[in-house]
Design a protein around this ligand. Structure first.
Ligand SMILES: [Zn+2]
Ligand SMILES: [Zn+2]
Length: 119
């Protein structure tokens, strides 16, 4: 008899909510993700470990991390809220931002419409 087992990682959306973006002050959609590693036996996950949490917003598409404990609480407790100050920026999406004045750009263009500098 064959025993089929594996170790895999999985990303899961824990929740979606709206709040003010700490970067651009716009009210936007935030998504909390958890990544965990699991051990499976015959394709059935037996146990999970090593949760990592991160948050992505829809206005700036920045990537944030949050405290592991807070992330775990969010998994078990629906009333647990995440505030802008809980977010730690790990990756700024500069694609739609002027690198000089940080103005939000509608589309990629050669010059920033705000400060006129070359992008
Ligand atoms: Zn934003
Ligand atoms: Zn600019």
């Amino acid at each position: 008899m064959f025993i089929i087992f594996g170790i895999n990682t999985k990303d899961e959306i824990i929740r979606e909510w709206n709040m003010e973006c700490p970067e651009c002050d716009e009210y936007s959609r935030f998504r909390l993700y958890a990544r965990y590693t699991y051990f499976s036996l015959f394709f059935i996950p037996i146990f999970k470990w090593g949760h990592e949490f991160w948050v992505v917003n829809s206005c700036c598409n920045n990537i944030y991390t949050i405290d592991k404990e807070l992330g775990k609480e969010c998994m078990w407790d629906e009333d647990q809220i995440i505030r802008p100050r809980d977010l730690k920026l790990i990756q700024r999406n500069t694609k739609y931002r002027c690198k000089w004045c940080n103005a939000k750009l509608e589309r990629l263009s050669r010059y920033c419409p705000e400060c006129g500098r070359e992008l």
